[in-house]
Design a protein around this ligand. Structure first.
Ligand code: AMP
Ligand code: MG
Length: 326
């Protein structure tokens, strides 16, 4: 393990989702501290995006490689346009789906004041307006851009509850604003808008690709192979400790079962069902919490087939990464 020598242990506060909790979160962020907060996708680990010292803290707390840039969270499309050049298709898409589980990658503005650490020195910036009411209140009260990757240690499964955040980062961050479970449960969909060529899907996520393609009236281009267009999208991201066996028809002896749909939950086999009624929205919400519940050092999780459409695409993407060799 790489020991985070630079990190002084702190008492991580659990803040209630009320006026007092929000005010405390704003005070801490203003003081350059790290505060995890709920969004509709997963919990984010927030820092003042204008302060390099604060942003550096995010990389340290997560043990995240600094070549992996952060998503900037803002309260509105107008503020997004201060951080990056949001025009053309990017503006149309953001106008249609913000606030929501969509991140756009656009040219960064030179005079945005963002810490260079946020973009890892790239000329582009990833921006999102989240829809979760607590995230929105926090952004409005804080009044500036908040850099926030998922509030887990680098390479691990994203947190969808305050307990998950504390399991990963207790003692390393100032506070977590506890807003219960995240309604979508999967990270945002990331679309980049290169100056030449069609928009590119960098990461499937909480906003289904089909819906984006309908809105833009064009197919999204896919990043080729393992090219690190989205720097954080290494194959073994979102990794549980357990081994994973995907597209399984039934569990083998000794495996635990992660089912989907009716009739597949073999009786007497330990496991969980992502959605007994084969509802992809429900499965997305449950995915990371169930992976955490089934996870363990000597465990193999057999996973039922999930349809490759709508949110199923993002679910399968995360499952493939969780199953990747590492
Ligand atoms: P996380 O919030 O931990 O899921 O990570 C945010 C992800 O956004 C990164 O891992 C990158 O894949 C992506 N990202 C952030 N900024 C950029 C950028 N300028 N260009 C491409 N991808 C980006
Ligand atoms: Mg992440």
């Amino acid at each position: 393990m790489t020991s985070p020598k630079a990190i002084k242990p702190v008492d991580t506060e659990r803040l209630a989702p009320d006026e007092r909790g929000i005010n405390r979160a704003v005070d801490l962020l203003t003081a350059g501290e790290l505060v995890a907060f709920p969004t509709e996708t997963v919990y984010g680990l927030g820092a003042n995006a204008l302060e390099s010292r604060a942003v550096a803290g995010v990389f340290a707390a997560k043990e995240r490689p600094v070549f992996n840039p952060l998503i900037v969270h803002v309260p509105s499309l107008d503020v997004a346009d201060v951080v990056g050049d949001v025009s053309g298709d990017a503006e149309r898409l953001a106008g249609a789906f913000w606030p929501g589980p969509l991140t756009i990658v656009v040219p960064a503005r030179d005079d945005s004041g963002l810490s260079d650490l946020v973009t890892s020195g790239l000329e582009t910036v990833a921006i999102r307006v989240p829809a979760h009411p607590l995230a929105r209140r926090l952004l409005e009260e804080f009044g500036g851009p908040i850099a926030a990757p998922s509030a887990n240690r680098s390479g691990r499964v994203s947190p969808t509850s305050a307990d998950h955040v504390l399991a990963e980062l207790d003692g390393r961050i100032a506070a977590v604003l506890d807003g219960g479970s995240c309604p979508i449960g999967l990270e945002s969909t990331i679309v980049s808008f290169p100056e030449d060529g069609p928009p590119v899907l960098l990461r499937p996520g909480g906003l289904p690709v089909e819906i984006i393609e309908t809105a833009l009236r064009t197919k999204l281009a896919m990043p080729e192979g393992e090219r690190l267009l989205a720097p954080g999208m290494m194959r073994s991201h979102y990794a549980p400790q357990a081994k994973m066996r995907l597209n399984a028809q039934a569990p083998e002896p000794g495996e635990v079962w992660l089912g989907f749909g009716p009739g597949r939950n073999a009786r007497h086999v330990p496991g969980l069902n992502l959605s007994p009624y084969a509802d992809l929205t429900e499965a997305a919400t449950n995915l990371f919490a169930y992976l955490r519940r089934l996870d363990g050092p000597d465990v193999t999780i057999a996973v039922a087939p999930i349809p490759e459409s709508g949110l199923g695409r993002a679910i399968n993407d995360r499952l493939r990464r969780a199953a990747a060799e590492r």
